[in-house]
Design a binder for this molecule. Structure first.
Ligand SMILES: Cc1ncc(COP(=O)(O)O)c(C=O)c1O
Length: 324
């Protein structure tokens, strides 16, 4: 067990010896003087060895595979970590004026467009910080959609037994009742069980495709039609989008909301417990509920010097999911 650096402290020990000052001493004004700081007193070699030992406790791609994620992408190439660390991203401050953040905002805007296009959806928010938070975001949007139409009795969410554990946890956190749907003998959602549970109290269905058994739902279009016919919405858990990218689009199948696990499908840096990235994409009717701010193309008509991109929060947004 590596001790705290404070435990290595020994009175009088110093890490750096400064040369004698050769200019006159000038006392600082009283009000600027700090009280003594309780810093550890350690030698330079103590500091170097302490932090080198700590760095070896990091989970990293050089020594291990990343331990998170039940599916698809688990390898996060170093080049992605280097890219994420580029000064233009790493040193940008979220509160700096959008006028001087246009490059970063362009990247965010493009990414939103790409993710919406890949899923065949109408819009995107990059806010959620992980897959599970993307789910929570999506379910809050579904709830808000029904409530905005004055439909307050839709409090049940259908979840197949092949779903990831975060799906029922998400619904419970959102105050919804989870109804488990059994799989049929081929690992698909049992259509009879689905029909038996459809009524005007369902908020919707959460479906992972391919599901956690690794199977593409054979009747996915029928499932979506049945849920929509009952007035429910369809949530797509996109953790396994790796299998669908470039092959088919959840939006075209009729999904209303989907989260991506960028740390799986697109190998975003994700190590040793996070952070991940779980952007949500939505169909047209859900656009107004997206968490903000999102980046939109500004109306620059008549002003060629106006910034091209601006932040925007949709009118009935569920709000922010995290600080930035
Ligand atoms: C199917 C599925 N949904 C959701 C999640 C949750 O994603 P995250 O770990 O980014 O919160 C996972 C993660 O393993 C998953 O496999």
């Amino acid at each position: 067990m590596e001790p705290l650096i404070y435990d290595l402290s020994s009175p009088g020990r110093v890490g750096a010896v400064l040369p004698e000052s050769d200019v006159p001493h000038t006392p600082l004004p009283e009000g600027l003087l700090r009280a003594a700081l309780p810093l550890p007193e350690v030698s330079q070699i103590d500091v170097t060895r302490h932090f080198t030992r700590l760095s070896r406790l990091n989970m990293g791609i050089d020594t291990n595979m990343y331990p998170l994620g039940s599916c698809t992408m688990k390898y996060n190439p170093r080049i992605n970590e280097d890219t994420a660390r580029m000064a233009g991203f790493a040193l940008a401050h979220p509160l700096q004026d959008p006028d001087v953040s246009q490059g970063a905002m362009y990247v965010l805007y493009q990414l939103q467009q790409f993710l919406a296009e890949i899923a065949g959806m109408a819009g995107c928010s990059l806010q959620p910080a992980a897959g599970a938070q993307g789910e929570f975001t999506g379910v809050l949007m579904m709830r808000a959609y029904h409530r905005a139409r004055g439909d307050h009795k839709r409090t049940r969410m259908l979840i197949p037994d092949s779903a990831h554990g975060t799906n029922p946890a998400t619904c419970t956190m959102a105050g919804l009742k989870v109804v488990e749907l059994h799989s049929d003998s081929r690992g698909n959602i049992d259509l009879e069980a689905l029909k038996a549970n459809l009524d005007d109290t369902i908020c919707g269905l959460m479906i992972t495709n391919p599901n956690t058994l690794g199977m593409f739902e054979e009747h996915v279009e029928q499932v979506v039609q049945l849920v929509h016919a009952a007035g429910g919405l369809v949530y797509g858990d996109g953790a396994n989008m790796n299998a669908m990218v470039g092959v088919c689009k959840p939006g075209e199948i009729g999904f209303d909301v989907l989260h991506y696990n960028l740390h799986k499908t697109f190998s975003t840096p994700h190590g040793g417990g996070g952070p991940g990235s779980g952007p949500v994409v939505v169909s047209k009717r859900m656009l107004d509920f997206l968490p903000g701010p999102i980046v939109i193309a500004a109306d620059t008509e008549g002003d060629e010097n106006a910034p091209l991109y601006e932040f925007f929060t949709p009118a009935r947004s569920i709000g922010r999911m995290r600080a930035f």
